[in-house]
Design a protein around this ligand. Structure first.
Ligand code: G1P
Length: 287
C-alpha cells in the first residue's frame, strides 16, 4: 500500500442549518474564537502528517480559497506596520499546506463529493474530514485514526457515542469488539430511526480509507434523502475487507449549527489563554 498522505475536505454543502449566516459565506469559514472552522480541520490533518489537502468546493465557496492563499497586500501592510505576530499568523495560513480545489457541480451527496476527488487519489489510501465537526483534544482526531491505520493498514472510522434520541442524525455502526481491543465494523446505516439503529455509536466525520472505497463509491446508488451516501460505500467496503472504528477522545462540537457553534465558541473561548479570563468574568455577570 502506498503511504497515507492525502485528505479530502468536502466543503461544498449549502450550510442550510446555519442560514442566514451561510447565505453568502461558506459555513466552513464560520469563526471559532479567532480561526475559521476549516483551518482547525486543516491543522488537525497536518498534525496527522497529511501532505495534500483536496478541498471539494462549489458555488459561493471562494472565501476558502482566498483564506489559504497568499494575500500579498495584507502581508506587505502588516510587515510595514511592524505587526510581526499578526504577519506570522496570516502568512503561515497561506503556506501551511498544499491545497487542491475540486468543484462539486451538483449537490448529490457526501459520497458524490468524495468521489469528485477520485482523479487525485488514484491508488492511494486517503483521509476524509468534515470540518463542521470540530474535535479538539490532546491528540488530534485524525492522528488517533492514523495510529490504528498504521497498526492495521485497514480503513478506520472515527466514532462517538450518542444518546438514543440523536441516532437519526448520524451514520450508525454495527460492530464486533476484537480481542486486540479494536472495534471491527460489520455494517452501518445512514440516519436510522431509533428502532432500526444497530448501536449508539455514530460516525463523526473523520475517516481513513483504503483506495478500494473510491471504486465502491462509483457504484453506490442514491440512498437516504435521495443522495449518494458515503456510509453506503463504507457498508459495502466492510463486507469485503476489515473496517475499524475508533472511539475518539476529545471535546466535540457540531459547529455547523448555531447551538453547537455557540457552545464551541463559549467553551474554547473560556479555555483560551488570552481571552478566557475576561470572557469568564463577563459571562458570570449574566448567569
Ligand atoms: C454526514 C454523514 C453521517 C455522519 C455525519 C457526521 O452526515 O453522512 O454518516 O454521521 O456526517 O456529522 P451529514 O451531517 O453531512 O448529513
Amino acid at each position: 500500500m502506498k503511504p497515507l498522505r492525502k485528505i479530502i475536505f468536502p466543503a461544498a454543502g449549502m450550510g442550510t442549518r446555519f442560514l442566514p449566516a451561510t447565505k453568502a459565506s461558506p459555513k466552513e469559514m464560520l469563526t471559532i474564537v479567532d480561526k475559521p472552522l476549516i483551518q482547525y480541520g486543516v491543522e488537525e490533518a497536518l498534525a496527522a502528517d497529511m501532505e495534500q489537502i483536496i478541498m471539494i468546493t462549489g458555488r459561493g465557496k471562494r472565501a476558502i480559497e482566498d483564506h489559504f492563499d497568499i494575500s500579498a497586500e495584507l502581508e506587505a501592510n502588516l510587515k510595514k506596520a511592524g505587526k510581526k505576530a499578526l504577519y506570522k499568523k496570516v502568512s503561515s495560513v497561506a503556506r501551511m499546506a498544499e491545497v487542491i480545489y475540486v468543484r462539486q457541480k451538483e449537490a448529490l451527496g457526501l459520497g458524490h463529493a468524495v468521489l469528485c476527488a477520485r482523479n487525485w487519489i488514484f491508488d492511494e489510501p486517503f483521509g476524509v474530514s468534515l470540518a463542521d465537526e470540530l474535535i479538539v483534544g490532546d491528540v488530534p482526531a485524525m492522528q488517533q485514526l492514523r495510529a490504528v491505520y498504521n497498526q492495521t493498514k485497514c480503513s478506520v472510522i472515527g466514532l462517538i457515542q450518542v444518546p438514543e434520541d440523536q441516532v437519526s442524525k448520524y451514520g450508525i455502526v454495527a460492530y464486533q469488539a476484537e480481542e486486540n481491543g479494536l472495534l471491527r465494523l460489520t455494517d452501518m446505516v445512514e440516519k436510522p430511526n431509533t428502532e432500526d439503529a444497530p448501536s449508539r455509536l455514530a460516525i463523526i466525520g473523520r475517516y481513513i480509507f483504503t483506495p478500494r472505497l473510491m471504486e465502491l463509491l462509483r457504484d453506490v446508488q442514491p440512498g437516504k434523502g435521495g443522495e449518494i451516501q458515503l456510509t453506503d460505500a463504507i457498508s459495502a467496503l466492510a463486507k469485503e475487507e476489515p473496517v475499524y472504528g475508533v472511539l475518539l477522545d476529545g471535546q466535540r462540537f457540531d459547529a455547523g449549527n448555531p447551538e453547537g457553534f455557540l457552545k464551541a465558541n463559549a467553551i474554547l473561548g473560556l479555555q483560551h489563554k488570552k481571552f478566557g479570563e475576561a470572557l469568564r468574568q463577563e459571562l458570570i455577570k449574566h448567569l
